[in-house]
Design a protein around this ligand. Sequence first.
Ligand code: NDP
Length: 398
Amino acid sequence: MAKVLIIGAGGVGSVVAHKCAQVPEVFSEIALASRTLSKCEAIGAAVKSRTGQDLEVAQVDADRVTELVALINRVKPALVLNLALPYQDLSIMDACLACGVDYLDTANYEPPDEARFSYSWQWPYHERFRQKGLMALLGSGFDPGVTNVFCAYAAKHYFDEIHYIDILDANAGDHGHPFATNFNPEINIREVSAKGRYWENGQWRETEPLAEKWTFDFPIIGPKNAYLMYHEELESLVLNIKGLKRIRFWMTFSDNYLKHLEVLQNTGMTSIEPVIYQGREIIPLQFLKALLPDPASLGPRTRGKTCIGNIIEGIKDGKPRKIYIYNICDHEECYAEVGSQAISYTTGTPAMIGGMLILSGAWKKAGVFNMEQLDPDPFMEKLNIHGLPWQVKELQTT
Ligand code: NDP
């Protein structure tokens, strides 16, 4: 039984609040703080009506360590679940260190003025967390998060050596808008418009944005075009999965999404370089975010499913082996359960499970960790129990 503090009252923060409230035997008290208090209050009311649990709510500017320290000292949580934006990772980690509290997030740090997400800012905190006996669990969402645990699970139970990993993320949901992003538009568009990158034979190889395409026949949702992208779990997996020869990440986009994105890029609307407009400095991508539908509003409109999983190839008992391990999640079922679409659900549920495993002691360690560094079994078991069941399929080796 422990108290948690959730920071960030967006699409994912709302799911985490609901999922924690569903497990009061672990999360006996829940506090939710964010920049806009009214959003915390709205989530508090939704959680109360669905689960009967009360949420303590607070306003905080998570860019300010002093405000965070005052909040954490007042709320006194055992664990902080960071569901704000990647820009707040370091300030929240600093506050957790100052207050002696464990930390968890779902996305690695990215400086606001430079589109370059990387663990290189958070890994150096390892020694400070270790010395204080505290844990920071990084990337406990779906991808990164579950996809890292899928790799660890495959390494533990299916392979003696893993050589090739392809992570495939498909969203076949339809929200009925001409163009919208499923999570924070600024983070999403920065990610999608970056150059692709994958790792092969000990080297990073770069591709032009969305230049490599793979038409993959996903279970239940059928064939979709998936595009090679750089994604943050690749950075830790190349270090932690030994013997790897190649790892790539693919995400599906509809032709309609790509058409809109191309026009927005060509007009400069996705730029993070400030421009002067009517005597005021604005950042085009932030202005675009203000125009696009709020991802949290997509829940009631989205139909269809997501399918995220890993194709893993290697050697077992001297023979080649290839498996596909994946989850399918239905947008409408997520909305019925927690009032959010599947993208927020598939991120928020693993965040709750990571928190549960830290609090129960099953994953508690001192230092900064990525998901694949921990025993995958309890996490995989909890996925099946808490709404993200997975399957393993044996595939023909090539
Ligand atoms: P949203 O934009 O919907 O929510 C972010 C929330 O953080 C908002 O409520 C926002 O406040 C709040 N916030 C932003 N800045 C501050 C600040 N300085 N102080 C306090 N609160 C702040 O994003 P999502 O819920 O879609 O995403 C949350 C996180 O999850 C992101 O880091 C995202 O990258 C990550 N993610 C991870 C995935 C994974 O699989 N690993 C997949 C999808 C997302 P306000 O409401 O006032 O704007």
